[in-house]
Design a protein around this ligand. Structure first.
Ligand code: PRE
Length: 273
């Protein structure tokens, strides 16, 4: 049986492209309207894996997704870095002057902020997913409406591209997590994502960071995420890479007893940047 893989969005979305890049084409894609539905589908065993965008080089972190990892107890087994080149597309025959409204996923709209500023008269509408906006234009024969989506979406649904690579900065990348219900037992991992909180006292976070430096471990990212039950308190999500696993085990030995809620979200191989 083919592996069932949940994506946020529809066929032709960036999540779809990320899933195929990592897992190949011989998989069963399960389309989910929201990140929450995606997380729930995986937690309930309706799919084997899920692909979840976590951060973008222009628009930043997708903060609610960090909370979903914890809420649904999902594990990171890999990551994908995808170049995101947004295209402005319309129903065949429509021209730039016809456009009154532009639709896309919220993150895609954020990434095209500069381009949209040049067209202040356009109504900007958030939608579930980039590919769905393209699909709707064709299926509902919408005039005066443009979608911001991938070249793949324009091909799949048959739209005309009026402007290419309209993101604010040409080098635009989104990082996706590959998620499962259980940890993978990879032998040769050299990247780890973990979450912890520290006591509200001076130097508590610095102490953890110092231990990372002492083990000669590189911290790729730190993200603070609000703890909703404790207003103005935060948990920290960090990604670390190292050469030898021993460095990581040494770090765990040093910090585990100081942190009450250390959680390993995943041990995996870094994606190709
Ligand atoms: O709408 C899509 O096509 C998606 O796959 C979603 C998404 C995101 O969630 O960030 C994925 C990559 C891009 O950053 C823009 C949108």
């Amino acid at each position: 049986m083919k592996e069932r893989v949940a994506i946020q969005g529809y066929i032709g979305s960036y999540h779809h492209e990320a899933a195929n890049n990592y897992l190949g084409n011989d998989i069963k894609i399960v389309e989910c309207d929201t990140f929450k539905t995606l997380a729930k589908s995986l937690a309930k065993g309706k799919v084997d894996k899920a692909i979840m965008a976590i951060e973008n080089t222009i628009a930043g972190a997708i903060l609610p997704n960090y909370a979903l990892l914890t809420k649904y107890n999902l594990k990171v087994v890999g990551e994908i870095y995808l170049s995101i080149q947004h295209q402005l597309m319309v129903k065949k025959g429509q021209i730039l002057e016809d456009i009154k409204e532009v639709r896309s996923h919220q993150m895609a709209l954020l990434q095209c902020d500069k381009f949209l500023e040049k067209h202040p008269a356009w109504r900007v509408v958030n939608d579930i997913d980039t590919a769905l906006t393209a699909k709707d234009i064709v299926e509902q024969e919408l005039n005066g409406v443009a979608a911001i989506a991938s070249r793949k979406a324009a091909e799949v649904y048959g739209l005309d591209i009026l402007a290419s690579s309209i993101q604010t900065f040409q080098d635009n990348f989104t990082r996706f997590f590959v998620l499962q219900r259980e940890h993978n037992d990879y032998e040769d991992f050299n990247k780890v994502s973990m979450r912890f909180s520290v006591p509200h006292k001076s130097g508590a976070l610095v102490d953890v960071l110092n231990q990372i430096a002492e083990c000669r471990i590189n911290m790729d990212k730190i993200q603070s995420v609000p703890i909703i039950e404790k207003p103005w308190e935060y948990s920290f999500h960090i990604d670390i890479t190292f050469e030898q696993k021993e460095q990581y085990y040494e770090l765990l030995g040093k910090i585990a007893r100081k942190l009450t809620d250390l959680e390993i979200l995943g041990e995996y191989k870094p994606g190709k940047k």
